[in-house]
Design a protein around this ligand. Structure first.
Ligand code: GUN
Ligand code: ZN
Length: 433
C-alpha cells in the first residue's frame, strides 16, 4: 500500500453536529484532497494547498463531480437472512418461526454458508458499507464463512455465532456448554485477526436459558474487548413474553444486565420499548443501541425515539437489520430514520443523518479511533457518492445550494445507484459498472 491521493468534494463529521444546520463539527471541502498512506488517512484538506506537498509522482484519482464521505457503518445485520429479505406478512415472533429459522437451518452446510457470505459481503460493498456488526446462525461454520469472506476483501467486520438453547426449533439449538465452547474457539480463531472482531451473540432473552445467559456473561467477562450483540425490546408481544420468562427482572434490559452483558461494546438492536431507568443504564454503562428503522417499520414493531435517546446521551448507531430490514443500503435506512424521527417530533438534520450512518456507529462500537470519519490516522474507508445517479436526483441536486441539501436529496431519493465506488483502506473494493 503506497501513497495515493483522491481529489474530490469531501464531507465528514468530526463530532456529532447536533441540531445546527451548519455545524463546525463537520468538515466540507468543495475541492478536497484525501491523501492515503499505508491504508490510513495521511492528510485531508483543500486540494490546492495539499497537492503542492505531495511527493512527486503520487497517483491522484479525481472525482470532481462526486462526493466522498466515510464508509457507512451498519451496526446490526443478519447475513444468514439474506435470502429471506422481503418476506411478506408477519409480525416478529411469527416471522422468526415462518421464515427465519428455516433459512438459518441451511447454514449448517459450510458450502451454503460460503456462497451466501460471498454474496453478502459484495452487497455491503456495493452499498457503500465498509464496516458491519453481523449475526451468523447458531452454527460455528457460518461464522467461519463470513469472517473468511470479509477477510478476503479487507473490510472491518464484527460477527458472532448465535447462541440459543430454548424456544426455537430443535434443529437450531445449542446448549449452554456447547454455545460457550464454540464461541470461545471462534474468539481464539478470529478476534483481532486483521480487521475482524468477535461478538458474543445470544439471539435474544427468550431463546436463551438462564444458564446460557450466564455462560454468555462469562465469555464477556473473560474477553472484555469482545462485543456483546443481541436484540432488545423490539415488539410488544416479545416484551410481554420476556416479562413472563424472567419475572424477577426489573425490565427486559435488566435481564441482560444481571448477567454482565450491559457494558461498553454491547450492542442492543431495536430497544424501542425502554423506560427512563433503562435509558440511564445505557448512559452509565456505555452500551449502545442499533436503531433499525426499515426493519421496525416493515415488521411493524414500533418507533424508536432517537431524539430522546440522544438528549439523554445514549450511544446510537444505525442498522439495516437485513432480513427483517428491507435494504442493504444505508441511505435508504437514513430515509426511514428521518421519517420515524418526524413521527416522534424530532427533526433529523442532513448532517446529523450522515453522522448517524458513519461516526455515530463507530462511537457506538468504540471504534471511533479507527473508523467513522476521514481524520488523519483513521483507516481510509470511504464511499464515492453520485448525487446525479438518477434523472430525478440530477434535477433535484442541480438546484442544491449547499452540500447538506444534495446529501438530503440522496437520502430521500437515492440508494445503491448513488454508490459510484467504495474504498477499503484506500484500495478500490467496488466500482459501479
Ligand atoms: N429478535 C430475535 N431474533 C431476531 C431476528 O432475527 N430479527 C429481528 N428483527 N428480531 C429478532
Ligand atoms: Zn436483528
Amino acid at each position: 500500500m503506497s501513497v495515493r491521493a483522491f481529489r474530490a468534494p469531501v464531507l465528514h463529521c468530526l463530532r456529532d453536529p447536533g441540531d445546527a444546520p451548519d455545524s463546525e463539527h463537520v468538515e466540507h471541502f468543495t475541492d478536497g484532497l484525501l491523501v492515503v498512506n499505508g491504508g490510513k488517512v495521511a492528510a485531508l484538506g483543500p486540494a490546492p494547498a495539499l497537492l503542492a506537498k505531495l511527493p512527486r509522482g503520487t497517483e491522484v484519482v479525481e472525482f470532481p463531480d462526486r462526493l466522498i464521505v466515510p464508509g457507512f457503518i451498519d451496526t446490526h445485520i443478519h447475513y444468514v437472512q439474506t435470502d429471506v429479505i422481503a418476506a411478506h406478512g408477519k409480525q416478529l415472533l411469527e416471522w422468526l418461526e415462518t421464515y427465519t429459522f428455516p433459512a438459518e437451518r441451511r447454514f449448517a452446510d459450510a458450502a451454503h454458508a460460503a456462497e451466501v457470505a460471498e454474496f453478502f459481503v459484495a452487497e455491503l460493498l456495493r452499498n457503500g458499507t465498509t464496516s458491519a456488526l453481523v449475526l451468523g446462525s447458531v452454527h460455528a461454520v457460518s461464522v467461519d464463512a463470513i469472517f473468511l469472506a470479509a477477510e478476503r476483501t479487507g473490510m472491518r467486520l464484527i460477527a458472532g455465532k448465535v447462541m440459543m438453547d430454548r424456544n426455537c426449533p430443535a434443529y437450531l439449538r445449542d446448549t449452554p456448554e456447547s454455545g460457550y465452547a464454540e464461541s470461545r474457539s471462534l474468539i481464539e480463531r478470529w478476534h483481532k485477526r486483521e480487521r475482524l472482531l468477535y461478538a458474543v451473540t445470544p439471539r435474544f432473552a427468550p431463546t436463551s436459558s438462564d444458564a446460557q445467559l450466564q455462560r454468555a456473561g462469562d465469555l464477556a467477562r473473560e474477553h472484555d474487548d469482545v462485543y456483546v450483540h443481541t436484540h432488545l425490546a423490539e415488539n410488544r408481544e416479545e416484551v410481554e413474553w420476556v416479562r413472563k420468562l424472567f419475572p424477577d427482572a426489573r425490565s427486559y434490559l435488566d435481564v441482560y444486565d444481571r448477567y454482565g452483558l450491559v457494558r461498553e461494546r454491547s450492542m442492543y438492536a431495536h430497544s424501542i420499548y425502554l423506560d427512563e431507568a433503562d435509558r440511564r443504564r445505557f448512559v452509565e454503562t456505555g452500551a449502545a443501541v442499533s436503531f433499525c428503522p426499515t426493519c421496525n417499520l416493515f415488521i411493524g414493531s414500533g418507533l424508536f425515539n432517537l431524539g430522546e435517546a440522544w438528549r439523554q446521551g445514549m450511544r446510537v448507531g444505525l442498522g439495516t437489520d437485513v432480513g427483517g430490514g428491507t435494504t442493504f443500503n444505508m441511505l435508504q435506512v437514513l430515509n426511514e430514520a428521518y421519517k420515524v424521527a418526524q413521527l416522534c417530533d424530532f427533526n433529523l438534520s442532513p448532517l446529523r443523518a450522515l453522522y448517524l450512518g458513519t461516526l455515530a456507529g463507530a462511537e457506538a462500537l468504540c471504534l471511533a479511533d479507527r473508523i467513522g470519519n476521514l481524520a488523519p490516522g483513521k483507516e481510509a474507508d470511504f464511499v464515492v457518492l453520485d448525487a446525479a445517479a438518477t434523472p430525478l436526483l440530477a434535477r433535484r441536486t442541480a438546484a442544491a445550494r449547499k452540500v447538506s441539501e444534495a446529501l438530503f436529496a440522496m437520502i430521500m431519493l437515492g440508494d445503491d445507484r448513488c454508490v459510484a465506488a467504495t474504498y477499503l483502506q484506500g484500495e478500490l473494493a467496488y466500482r459501479r459498472p
